[in-house]
Design a binder for this molecule. Structure first.
Ligand SMILES: N[C@H](CCC[C@H](N)C(=O)O)C(=O)O
Length: 285
């Protein structure tokens, strides 16, 4: 099966974007892992599929992590999604409504090359996340190797655990992130954010993403970190989030309000690829 794809990224969080409206595509978890593989395939953090909407939205937006798992939301991907459908003539609208596994979001092309996405209303109850905890709290204790670590938890449609650290350069994102990602209190795993607060309008952030590992940026992770910081009385309602790949602007006016995320969406190249027939195709052992 040969098909066209577009390689894109949002601040270095990179994607393979596939038009499944004008192409007949059927991908297995193994196919996703092959495409995402940076040695045997194209290489990406997530594979994004553009489909016809089943509801009154403009499009359906499906998201697969590099490990092949299908997930509910991807913020950096949403910015690339609207850029993709506009550049490929699938829509002339500057603001579109896209349906995801966790509900509707609304990306909008700005006059400068940025994209603003209404990411919906954050959810805090452990059942929304899903997270094993008695009741909602702004701080939870997580036992990691016998040490009680303070985290916050929120759902942006996908689950996020956020830890405040004194320095993200010194944070052990690779080890601690992996331990949080697959912690038994998160039965569907979780994205693990490490936030350093610079001031009330500026944070630095690194995220160990569920199903992908540490990425250069995480859009829903940036939303989650700012929401948790505001919930804890530590941040203002308009925050610059500095990630390894660059800055995002996150705005949130509190409970029951949507989170707005603004940042770039970049096209790197167009390609065509065929799926291998079974030979060794991925480095995931
Ligand atoms: N790894 C995430 C999906 C991608 C999110 C991220 N790339 C973003 O920009 O929000 C999860 O398993 O929920």
């Amino acid at each position: 099966m040969q098909f066209k794809f577009t390689k894109m990224h949002g601040l270095g969080n990179d994607f393979i974007v596939i038009d499944a409206i004008n192409q007949s595509i059927s991908l297995t978890r193994e196919n996703i892992r092959f495409l995402a593989d940076r040695h045997f395939g194209v290489g990406c953090d997530q594979v994004l599929i553009v489909e016809k909407a089943s509801s009154n939205a403009d499009f359906r937006y499906r998201i697969f992590n590099a490990d092949g798992s299908e997930v509910e939301q991807c913020g950096n991907g949403a910015r690339c999604f609207v850029r993709f459908v506009h550049d490929h003539g699938l829509s002339k609208k500057k603001e579109i409504c896209i349906e995801t596994a966790s509900g509707l979001i609304f990306p909008k092309l700005e006059s400068n090359l940025d994209v603003t996405v209404n990411m919906g209303i954050p959810r805090f109850n452990p059942s929304d996340i899903p997270f094993i905890a008695d009741k909602r709290s702004s701080i939870y204790l997580l036992d990691i190797n016998g040490e009680q670590m303070e985290i916050s938890a929120v759902s942006m449609g996908n689950p996020h655990a956020v830890m405040i650290v004194p320095s993200i350069e010194d944070a052990s994102v690779g080890t601690m992130g992996a331990q949080i990602e697959s912690h038994p209190r998160f039965p569907q795993r979780v994205n693990a954010g490490f936030m350093q607060i610079i001031d009330r309008h500026h944070i630095k952030l690194r995220v160990y993403e569920r199903g992908a590992g540490e990425t250069f940026a995480c859009g829903t992770g940036a939303c989650a970190a700012v929401v948790c910081g505001i919930e804890r009385g530590l941040l203002a309602s308009d925050v610059t989030v500095s990630t390894r790949g660059g800055d995002l602007r996150i705005q949130w006016n509190g409970e029951k309000q949507p989170v707005l995320m603004t940042g770039p969406a970049t096209t790197v190249f167009e390609g065509t690829i065929g799926l291998p027939s079974g030979e060794h195709t991925s480095t995931s052992l």
